[in-house]
Design a protein around this ligand. Sequence first.
Ligand SMILES: *Cc1c(COP(=O)(O)O)cnc(C)c1O
Length: 428
Amino acid sequence: MPTKSQVLFAKARQLMPGGVNSPVRAFRAVGGDPVFIASGKGATMTDIDGKSYIDYVLSWGPLILGHAHQEVVEELAKVLETGTSFGACTPREVELAERIVEAYPSIERVRLVNSGTEATLSALRVARAATGRDKILKFEGCYHGHGDSLLVKAGSGVATLGLPDSPGVPRALAELTVTVPFNDIEALEEAFRAHRMELAAAIVEPVVGNMGCVLPRPGFLQKLRALTEEQGTVLIFDEVMTGFRVAYGGAQQLYKIDPDMTTLGKIIGGGLPVGAYGGKARLMDLVAPTGPVYQAGTLSGNPLAVAAGLKTLEILRRPGLYERLDLLTAKLTNGLMAEGARQGVALTVNRVGSMFTAFFTPNPVGDYASAKKSDATAYGIFFRALLDSGVYFPPSQFEAAFVSTSHSEGDVAATLSAASAAFAGLRA
Ligand SMILES: *Cc1c(COP(=O)(O)O)cnc(C)c1O
C-alpha cells in the first residue's frame, strides 16, 4: 500500500515541475519520495500519514523558535483581524527596521522585501550603481538565491542536484560574475589583481550554509574586507541564513567585520515570506525614492510577515537564549562525532551556534571542493534511516541543519540514538 504522501506526490508530479515548488524538497539527492507535512508544533512536525519527526530543517532556517510558537501564533492572529496588506505605510515596518538597525551597526538604512533572492539581487543593483562597475565576485558553493548573476557555481539546490551553471542565464551576464573558492586567500588576492578596480561587489555567506555548514578560516573575512575596502568594492554579507542565527547580530557580530551591505531573510520573517537589504546610508540612499536605483514590492513589509518577525526577534532578545541553543547543539554535534568515531564512520561535523552539518568524510571541510568529497550516498542512507526513525535531517548532504529553542535534551538524546542505529545500518 502506498502512503498518502506517495499518492499525493504522484499527483503533484503531474502538476508541478518535479512535484515541488523548490527543488531540494523532492528528495532527489537522498532517494525515496518526500513526505507531505500536515502540521508542526515546537520541534516536531507530522506528515499526512500521521508520522511525527524531530525537525532539524525548520523551514531551512527561519523557525529558530520551532513550529507554531505560541506567542508568534497569537501575534499573527491579532494582526490577521486587522487586515493583511495595505500597500501603504504601517507602524510595524518602522519597528522592524529599528530592530534591524539596532542589531546590525553596519546597517544604517534598510529596505524590506519578500525573499532572500530579492534582497541579494537588489543589493547587487545598488552596488553596481554606486560603483559604476558591472563585475561581481562570489565564492564557489555559496548560494545567494536564484538571481541570474548569482546562479554561477552556486550552492544549495544547485549543488544538491550537481547542476552546472543554470541554463537560461545569459552568458553575457554570467561572464560578469567572478568566482573564487571559499577560504582561499591567494585566489582571492589573484582575483582582485586580475580584476583590479573592476569589481562592483563581493558577496559572501560569512558562515556558509549552502554547501553544508562551512566556517571561515581565521583571517579570510578580514582579508576580504581589506581588499574590498582598498579597491572601493562593496562588501555584501549575505546573512539571510546566519542573521539572528549564529548570533543575534549575525556573523558580522561574531567575527567583528563591518560590511558595506547586508542581506537578511529567513528568521526576520518568523516563518513568513520576507527579506531585507541594508547598509551604509551613502549606499542605501541611492535607492528610490531617495535615489535613482529602482526597487519596489506590492507586498513588501506586509503586516503578517513583519509581525511574525518582530515577535520572533523580541523572543530572541531574552537572556540566555543563544547560550542555551549553543550548548544544546554542541551536545548533538559532539554526540554525532563521538558515535561516528566509536563505530568507525568517517564523519566531519562543522558547527557555528545552532547551525551544523555532518559531512560523511574524514577530512576537514573548508570549501566547496572538500565538501564535494563527502560520501553523498552514505548521507542518503543515513538520512533515510533517520527519517524512518522519526528524525528529519536536510534531504541533502550540502545543506545546513538547525536546532530551535523548542528542541529539548530529550529530542537530542532521541536523535543521537537514531543516529547510532543509522551508523550501524550504514556499516552493514
Ligand atoms: C535562503 C538563502 C537565500 C535565498 O532566500 P530565499 O528567501 O529562498 O529567496 C539567499 N542567501 C542565503 C545565504 C540563503 O541561505
